[in-house]
Design a protein around this ligand. Sequence first.
Ligand code: COA
Length: 340
Amino acid sequence: MKRQPRLSPRSAKSRRTVSIIGTGSYVPEKILTNEDLSRIVNTSDEWITSRTGIKQRRIAAKDEHTSDMAAKAAVKAMEQAKISPAEIDLILVATATPDMLFPATACFVQKKIGAHKAACLDISAACAGFLFAVEIAQQFITSHTHDTVLVIGADKLTAITNWTDRNTCVLFGDGAGAAILRHRGGSHGVLSTHIGSDGQFTDILFMPGGGSRCPITHENVDLHLQTIHMTGKEVYKQAVSAMLSAAKKALDQAGLSIEDIACVIPHQANVRIIEAIADRLKIPLDKFYVNVDKYGNTSAAAVAIALDEANRTGRIKPGDFVLMVVFGGGLTWASTVIEW
Ligand SMILES: CC(C)(COP(=O)(O)OP(=O)(O)OC[C@H]1O[C@@H](n2cnc3c(N)ncnc32)[C@H](O)[C@@H]1OP(=O)(O)O)[C@@H](O)C(=O)NCCC(=O)NCCS
């Protein structure tokens, strides 16, 4: 029998629940396979598949920007939610690869979709950004400040990838996912959210160049400072423990156990990380929605694309309890339990 969940404290107080009423996603056309990569760096399909589960990733065109992918995902989410751009009060774009440092990528998206009424801002929480944005959207809606929020996770990681570094370039891809959040009667919607960070680990997953600390110069570009730097083993270790603890916190807050969850949608970085979490939560891998084999790690977009696919393919159905859990540079982590 379906367990009665605990309503989020904010929804209980404000008598306003927050649901995802539409999702959308977009990935670029161009596919880069492991085979293709083995002609760029010294790697192999066997190494990449056995260490990560990734078989291919999508690569955005030179003139296809993060905001282009974000806008395409947003249009699909609006279509599914049956809302017009004029109804959107707030646009939150989670990204580590904004079109420019400013203005916000959300402003470019606003222009592209014609959401003229919306306030726009970007969320910087790396791969965990989409669920940070869901948490922020929930706050605006439960406080009755806004009614309709467009949340997007979008990244063009291949623009900040060092294509001579086999330790990193095999892992990443491009894409965008979007969700429309709004109160919907008759559903508990977002039951719990948990976000967290640990600034002790700013040096294990980062891009040193391009900001004010290390501006773009010829010398810095020669040193590849405008690309992703990562200590893979340490990131792996931290990812497993942070996602496990975040998952437990969101479940506890919702008054649910992992057995009540119909589908776990995790950050799509590495299938081994997902397997380790399944193992420690003592649940079968088929409870997880996994698409990292098709797209690689698309950062803030990853969980959003997976959510859209799970939604559109019927993997998650109305009334299901869904757990999303993510992890990213910062370090950052976040989790959400939602009644679909
Ligand atoms: C990156 C990662 C896949 C590496 O896997 P791993 O099991 O730690 O790697 P291993 O120790 O088995 O292998 C390392 C060796 O493979 C080599 N190697 C690295 N990349 C390679 C590649 N693409 N092809 C072939 N060999 C590669 C290394 O040079 C190293 O060789 P050495 O031992 O001779 O120095 C893994 O650490 C990981 O997934 N980390 C988390 C990354 C992540 O998720 N980041 C984003 C978080 S949001």
